[in-house]
Design a binder for this molecule. Structure first.
Ligand code: ADP
Length: 246
């Protein structure tokens, strides 16, 4: 889908946020960017979104993304409080001039994909934190993007809700075959969700490990030996690569 070729990012204040990042991301990969605060995860996401340019190196796209080809989800659901779930999901299409008559089916389908088919007319204040996040994911999906960029979307949710959303996002990814790049600082979350984990080490942000996961699908995934072994492997990687004073 895209290649990162020796990508570096140095800010004007001389902070080196990323250094020599090289990785090839295949269509359908679920990539977790995993690392502690300050290791350059958000900077890498902003580079992918085209909101910043690399200071050195390049991002080569198989198909350069146009409007609607990249969906964003942030930690805060950022819904319009006066608008219903349906109107919030319609917003990106409306901004691109799509009439409601030809957007309605897409909006309905996006809400159904996140399990909110029955909540189209609910206002954000009537929705729980997890449901608001579902609306935010539906809004990102409504233009059928080729790439979904997610910046710690579940970090503010309680653990029970988080597990449900992780289960549903993992299932949605398997069903849709979308390419996802997902920021997290949770080893458990990265291990559970992703097909590939880029472990970043800080100052400057570098790829410390590139781990392809292979946890068998099934109801007891969280309790599987493959999952706990992967968590242990990532934990050991961090112990190896993190500076001792962190
Ligand atoms: P993460 O998302 O992993 O917490 P960030 O990508 O936000 O990390 O930041 C990486 C490093 O770059 C940090 O040291 C941060 O302070 C610095 N940084 C981020 N944005 C800017 C900016 N606009 N100007 C200067 N430094 C920045």
């Amino acid at each position: 889908m895209f290649s990162l070729r020796s990508v570096s990012k140095t800010f004007p204040n001389a902070t080196i946020a990323l250094e020599d990042i090289t990785a090839e991301i295949e269509p359908g990969d679920f990539v977790a960017l995993l690392g502690p605060s300050g290791c350059g995860k958000s900077t890498l996401l902003r580079l992918l979104a085209g909101l910043e340019a690399p200071s050195a190196g390049s991002i080569e796209w198989e198909h350069r993304p146009g409007p609607g080809d990249i969906g964003f989800v942030f930690q805060d659901a950022t819904l319009l409080p006066w608008a219903s779930a349906e109107e919030n999901v319609y917003l990106p299409l409306r901004l691109r001039g799509r009439k409601w008559a030809d957007a309605a089916a897409l909006v309905e389908s996006a809400l159904a994909q996140v399990g909110l088919a029955d909540f189209a007319n609910a206002k954000p204040r009537a929705l729980s934190g997890g449901m608001k996040m579902r609306v935010s994911i539906a809004r990102a999906l409504v233009s059928d993007p080729m790439l979904l960029l997610m910046d710690e979307p579940f970090a503010a949710l309680d653990e029970f809700t988080r597990h449900r959303l992780q289960d549903d996002l993992h299932a949605l990814w398997r069903r849709s075959g979308k390419t996802i790049v997902f920021i997290t600082h949770s080893i458990y979350e990265a291990a559970y969700l992703a097909s590939r984990i880029l472990v970043l080490s800080p100052r400057p942000g570098r790829i410390a490990a590139d781990i392809r996961t292979a946890i068998p699908e099934g109801e007891r995934r969280r309790a599987s030996a493959a999952y706990t072994d992967l968590v242990a492997e990532i934990t050991e990687t961090f112990q190896r690569v993190m500076p001792v004073h962190e």
